[in-house]
Design a protein around this ligand. Structure first.
Ligand code: UD1
Length: 335
């Protein structure tokens, strides 16, 4: 698993191990430390979980990984993900996010091929004409280099499976992953000021940030704030187990498949803030502020295809998820 020590990677590692798979975690630790990796070992009781500190842009290191382990499937998380930074430094994003993926596929081919799961994003839909978005909802041109790297990586995988029968691929398009493992031993660890809503909420609640700004309350939505599909991180992680199983068991109907990973339930920013206050019994300091450039008004998933083909669906309620996010932030505060 590339980028396996991060927020999504660590939750996926737990679910894969608990489903009986052997996992190798590889990460260059450019955007995280080993906190979550250590948490994964505690949760799973797997103190000998293999970790390789490496960069997937490094051809020799990737070669070394494939020579040292028998790899049946790769889940590719490694990549930069700050939308704003991708606008100010696009080449950093194109060289890293595209370079690492191309390199990984080349090395996988040289070792006889592989099943490849790519972590894509609902950002590829831009502002869809209507929600829920299905997998055949047309992609819109990306509004940031980060979003563009997701689209291009999808295309790289699509073209590679077409040309090379030894490569099979699944792209999972995540909606908005939030929350933490129920153990509170792993969760999101943003560096600096969080860009995303839920870490900003929890950091405000714990006193690390003074006030949450809700970006825009004049959108054409029921309460004026944006609508998103917030997907619990453990539910999202389980979708990876289903996708890996489908690939390894030879169940794929096409060599390249795409699935939306969301709940199908639109929730407004204000609703999310209010639920957070209610479920955790606290008052959050927030104010309405100007819209954030680049934000779409509304997007949520039609997850029917994942339900039918991956036998997966989101199970945890928003309330449980928000309680887990708060438990994780409190756990961090106790460190
Ligand atoms: C963002 C990225 C998306 C990326 C995803 C990864 C943008 C435009 N999109 O999605 O490309 O794949 O994160 O997690 O950055 N909000 C506030 N106050 C805050 C933070 C957010 O009101 O301090 C609002 C936003 O306006 C938005 C909602 O909360 O309506 C969710 O924001 P966020 O968590 O950043 O996710 P997205 O913008 O949907």
């Amino acid at each position: 698993m590339s980028g396996g020590a991060g927020y999504i990677g660590s939750h996926v590692t737990v679910e894969l191990i608990q489903a009986g798979y052997d996992v190798v975690v590889a990460d260059n630790l450019s955007n995280c430390d080993l906190t979550c990796f250590e948490g994964v070992k505690k949760i799973t009781g797997k103190s000998d979980l293999p970790f390789v500190k490496m960069d997937f842009c490094d051809h020799a290191a990737t070669e070394g990984l494939f020579s040292s382990f028998k790899i049946d499937a790769v889940i590719h998380f490694a990549g930069f993900k700050a939308v704003g930074e991708s606008v100010s430094d696009p080449l950093k994003y194109y060289s890293n996010n595209l370079g690492s993926f191309v390199n990984l596929l080349q090395v996988a081919r040289a070792h006889g091929g592989c099943n490849v799961l790519f972590s894509s994003s609902a950002t590829v839909y831009g502002e869809p004409e209507k929600s829920p978005a299905t997998e055949s909802t047309p992609r819109q041109s990306a509004t940031s280099p980060y979003g563009n790297t997701k689209q291009i990586c999808e295309d790289i995988l699509r073209d590679s499976v077409k040309a090379y029968p030894e490569i099979k691929g699944i792209a999972l398009r995540y909606f908005n992953p939030i929350g933490a493992h129920p153990s509170a031993l792993i969760g999101e660890l943003p560096r600096g000021v969080p860009n995303n809503l839920v870490p900003f909420i929890t950091q405000t609640a714990v006193g690390k940030r003074e006030c949450l700004s809700i970006f825009g309350n004049d959108y054409p939505t029921p309460d004026g704030t944006c609508l998103r599909d917030y997907i619990d991180i453990v539910d999202l992680a389980k979708a990876h187990v289903c996708a890996v199983r489908r690939m390894l068991d030879g169940q794929m109907e096409q060599p390249y498949e795409i699935y939306n990973i969301g709940t199908g339930r639109p929730v407004s920013v204000l609703e999310l803030v209010t639920s957070f206050e209610k479920v955790n019994n606290l008052k959050l300091n927030y104010k309405f502020a100007a819209r954030r450039p680049g934000d779409v008004t509304a997007i949520w998933a039609d997850p029917a295809l994942a339900c039918e083909k991956l036998h997966w669906k989101a199970e945890r309620s928003v309330e449980e998820t928000l309680a887990s996010a708060w438990a994780w932030e409190k756990h961090l505060a106790e460190q």
